[in-house]
Design a protein around this ligand. Structure first.
Ligand SMILES: Cc1cc2nc3c(=O)[nH]c(=O)nc-3n(C[C@H](O)[C@H](O)[C@H](O)COP(=O)(O)OP(=O)(O)OC[C@H]3O[C@@H](n4cnc5c(N)ncnc54)[C@H](O)[C@@H]3O)c2cc1C
Length: 456
């Protein structure tokens, strides 16, 4: 097993901390590391699992402690065509899995905005995709998990087998055990393409109205918002919605290999990017051009899966564009009926000239029984912002208050700056989750920088 000392951050590159990083290859090695940690051996500051570090904040870090990098937890995955399920090792990335599954006519049931996410990270954060309004979050599709508990015992858990532990682990941010593998349902597909309908929405209310009226006709739906537009155009956007294509939708040249997956990196970001590259002026110009170039209304445009789901993955290391201070993503959800809170936050960001080229709005469907899972029936907005934006901390604190008052919450996998009081108010089932955690981890072996910051 490889062991090293490393400085780690999340995708936002804020708050680096130093940890001992071990790369276990088997559940037995995971068990050994957790047992040693529990005995105060290798790392008295606790231990936490890490996938590909795509959570934005400090969820997969443990300052002065042990981080279990799950990349070598293998091998890969096996498909069971009889049940249309796959069992994948926790370190398997969605990129690897997507390529392997498509060859057999299957797709992952929930795909986030990047394919560089592991199965462990997908369950740990109970991730959602553009299909949450019809398909729910990742945990909805999981049938069972292999889990090494903090005392080193190996468990198999699922919605029918110790459901309390299963749901506490789903969205539990790695704090109830180390997932070693997951079995989950697959989505049968006939091609590696989607048919996309695009609508330009002139303001926030027209996007909300259009999504409410017709989202259910589509498997996937997401609206990019121009957060720098002001006045009557506040919250204008580009709504893209899609369904999986069938072979008859493809041009003749693609029909001989309808499941061929094309996922490429087209460019990399330089190691050193000057601070302030993404500022109000540069982002305003980008947003205006993006909005102007989008079709006012387009129906049935064919797009391959990688460019529809993961356009940002085409640029390796795009997070470095935010310069040495990094970026913060603020993603929150508010229940239906609380649109005023969403509108107010959009107006405040627009008035502040907050330079965000990545602001996406989605409509969530029902949540899961998982106490720390993020999605709730309502609206979610995710906004990337430079971490060194003047006044950012105060602005986001005021949003936390508004979101909590509206019965909403921030997404722990994206958070890097919230305080414990705000988060405790946003997750009313936190105590139920803590009871399970105390049962499986009475010594507090599993800890992360996020858990310490938010007093979970
Ligand atoms: C560009 C971009 C777009 C994104 N889009 C979306 C989106 O659309 N929807 C969405 O939901 N999320 C999205 N995310 C967030 C991302 O999907 C989650 O943060 C996910 O958890 C990252 O997986 P990872 O493998 O990198 O895990 P890490 O970031 O390394 O870890 C995330 C959490 O999972 C835990 N964990 C990891 N492995 C294990 C394991 N084996 N056992 C137990 N716990 C484990 C960690 O302890 C940590 O708490 C996006 C992130 C980026 C960078």
């Amino acid at each position: 097993m490889r062991v090293s000392r490393r400085m780690l951050t999340g995708w936002g590159r804020t708050a680096p901390t130093l940890a001992t990083v071990a790369r276990p290859r088997t559940p037995d090695e995971v068990a050994l590391l957790l047992r040693e940690t529990g005995q105060g051996g290798m790392a008295q500051r606790g231990a936490i699992a890490r996938g590909l570090g795509r959570s934005y904040g400090d969820a997969a870090q443990c300052a002065g402690g042990l981080v279990l990098d799950c990349a070598d937890l293998g091998p890969g995955f096996r498909i069971d065509p009889a049940t249309a399920t796959v069992t994948a090792a926790a370190g398997t990335s969605l990129a690897e899995l997507t390529r392997g599954l498509l060859a057999h006519g299957y797709f992952i049931p929930v795909t986030p905005g990047t394919r560089h996410v592991t199965i462990g990270g997908a369950v740990g954060a109970d991730i959602h995709g553009k299909n949450h309004h019809v398909s729910g979050s990742f945990g909805t599709h999981v049938r069972s998990l292999g889990l090494v508990a903090p005392d080193g015992t190996v468990h198999r858990t699922g919605p029918e087998r110790d459901p309390e532990l299963f749901w506490a682990t789903t969205g539990g941010m790695g704090l109830t055990g180390v997932i070693t593998e997951a079995t989950f349902d697959l989505l049968p597909v006939e091609t590696a393409s989607v048919r996309v309908d695009t609508d330009r929405t002139p303001d926030l209310d027209s996007a909300l109205a259009l999504m409410s009226a017709t989202d259910d006709d589509y498997t996937y739906s997401v609206c990019w918002i121009d957060l720098l537009a002001r006045g009557a155009a506040t919250g204008r956007g580009v709504l893209t919605r899609a369904n999986h294509a069938v072979p008859a939708d493809l041009p003749p040249r693609m029909r001989s290999a309808p499941l061929r997956y094309r996922a490429r990196e087209l460019a990399g970001t330089p190691r050193r990017v000057p601070p302030g590259l993404l500022n109000t002026w540069s982002v305003r110009a980008f947003n205006a051009a993006y909005y102007a170039r989008a079709p006012v209304l387009q129906r049935g445009a064919l797009q391959d899966l990688a460019s529809f789901f993961h356009p940002l993955d085409a640029v390796r290391g795009w997070n470095r564009l935010y310069g040495p201070r990094g970026l913060v993503q603020y993603q929150f959800a508010v229940p239906f009926g609380q649109e005023a809170a969403l509108r107010r936050i959009v107006e405040t960001l627009a008035a502040a000239g907050a330079p965000s080229f990545l602001a996406v709005l989605k409509r969530f469907g029902p949540g899961t029984p998982a106490p720390l899972s993020f999605p709730l029936p309502g609206w979610t907005l995710a906004v990337d912002l430079p971490a060194d934006l003047p006044g950012l901390a105060g602005l986001l604190r005021s949003f936390d208050e508004r979101v909590a008052a509206a019965g909403g919450r921030v997404y722990l996998a994206k958070d890097s700056r919230a305080g414990p009081e705000a988060v405790h108010a946003m997750y009313p089932r936190l105590d139920a989750w803590r009871r399970v955690r105390e049962r499986v981890d009475p010594k507090g072996v599993l800890r992360s920088d996020l858990a310490r910051r938010l007093e979970l």
